[in-house]
Write a protein that binds this ligand. Sequence first.
Ligand code: SF4
Length: 183
Amino acid sequence: MAKVDAFDVAVRTRRAADMACRAGCSACCGQQLSVCDVEAALLREGIDALDDEARAGLALRLETVGPESACVFLDAAGRCAVYASRPLVCRTQGLPLRYPNGVIPVSAVFLRRETVGSETVGSDVTWCPLNFRDAPPSPPDVIDAARVDTMLALSNRDAGGDAERRTPLAELARAALSDSVAR
Ligand code: SF4
């Protein structure tokens, strides 16, 4: 997490004029995510640290959450209620992400194939279309998505997490709130 956060800060500093990511923008929070065990543990800490008002807001959203709902942690002000504990995927969403060719659905993302001259050389780069509208990212701005996934899997393994388990955020939030009431 710390390495990705440091990369994010460096890109935001270098490309401040090209990045629209800011508090209150929730363009990448419109879906239900699931997390691995090491991320779930961090999120539980974040939920435990919520004040009463934030906890009540989360409980209310959990009552109405459905398959088409935004993330249950997105509060009424469009902010992430557990920002400091958010999953890794949320930490990378504003960044340009590099994938092998053909992995990203072309229709779903703003995409640039890396080329040398007129030749495609093996990776696709995608980013939030709200960012880099006037000038595309430079190579140092791009993070390797596969490497990030591998780093997360290794962290999960080293923390004793189950490589197979994914926990939906709504389920996790429900359990964490319920546990805190029982304590
Ligand atoms: S955890 Fe936070 S940053 Fe991630 S999708 Fe949910 S509200 Fe957005």
